[in-house]
Design a protein around this ligand. Sequence first.
Ligand code: ATP
Length: 368
Amino acid sequence: MLFNCICISFSPADKHTKQVRAGSGVLEFRNISHAYGDRLAVENVSLKARAGEVTCLFGPSGCGKTTLLRLAGGLMPVQAGEILLDDELIGGKGRDIAPEKRAVGLVFQEGALFPHLTVAKNVAFGLSGPDKQAKAAELLALVGLAGFEKRYPHTLSGGQQQRVALARALAPEPRVLLFDEPYASLDTQLRRDLREQARRMIRRTGTIGIVVSHDPEEVLEMADSIVVLEEGRLRQSGSPAQIHDQPATEKIAAMFGNGQLLPADYSDGAFRHVFGDWSATCLSGPEPVPGPVSLVVRPDALELVKDANGYPVVDVRLAGVTMTVHVEAPGGEGLRVSVARSAGIEPGERVRPMPVPAGIFAFARSEA
Ligand SMILES: Nc1ncnc2c1ncn2[C@@H]1O[C@H](COP(=O)(O)OP(=O)(O)OP(=O)(O)O)[C@@H](O)[C@H]1O
């Protein structure tokens, strides 16, 4: 994650802008590897981000997301592999185009605005020509901040500052917009509004949007395409639906959809575990080989059957239109189950968690 980095780099709209705006631009990472000293942070990553779309780089802390973003922005030279913008080499093979010549805009966490400049001057920074103030005003209106031109950053809320940062990044009509966890410090509703706004602007302007995030909810909401990284390697890429519905690994299955890991043994078409036996009809994806498996169980992939011989409900929490019921196995293992509020389940009752058909993921487990 890059913090408080005043680093908006771009070049004015160039001959390629029209092409990108028409929706044909692609930013491509080809076999990118990057090491800090002798420590490999990114290993042989290839991906394409397309114009008018949001591509989210997703993964746990330290998996290499920011490193890829910095390489795309030209903030570090490419050590191995190539970065191409519309088939033109911009980084790699000894050719590293300077950040200010890349037509790339960066949006970071709070603190990215120039504190001594008004909102309008922040947005117009880097623009030239007599109409730059008019253009700044137009962009501020687009991000819902008409009338804020003369204010200074410290008089704005965090969300307003981020909208100014978005307007400023968009001002020079960059071909690529890079976002590094830009809304991480803001409250949920504001984050949702700002994501939506950034998404609309990227679509409308035909910009290539790349967003770094470790928040699965944010990624599912914002992305057209998700790239999942683990320890510097690309683990899976695809649409939000593909990543959510056909996760390639146990970790990905668990990260999206609040998955819970449940060790089980698979044999004779049934999974045996601390909450009883489940038939293999619960399985989403390929059948595992018989033996130890890890089941990934999402709270909304289970139903609760009231059963005096079942497992105790130890807690019930409100979760919007649903309730989250915590069920406990004899050994203390817990399972969260999402049920309708009308289900009328109370702590102390006994229930049996049963999977909905095709709702559970199973992955081979090496240890017995
Ligand atoms: N300047 C640096 N010097 C040495 N190691 C670094 C440097 N920057 C990053 N790293 C290391 O490289 C790896 C990848 O870091 P990177 O910042 O790309 O991860 P990230 O996925 O963006 O993490 P986060 O979500 O925490 O920001 C980490 O192990 C990190 O410690």
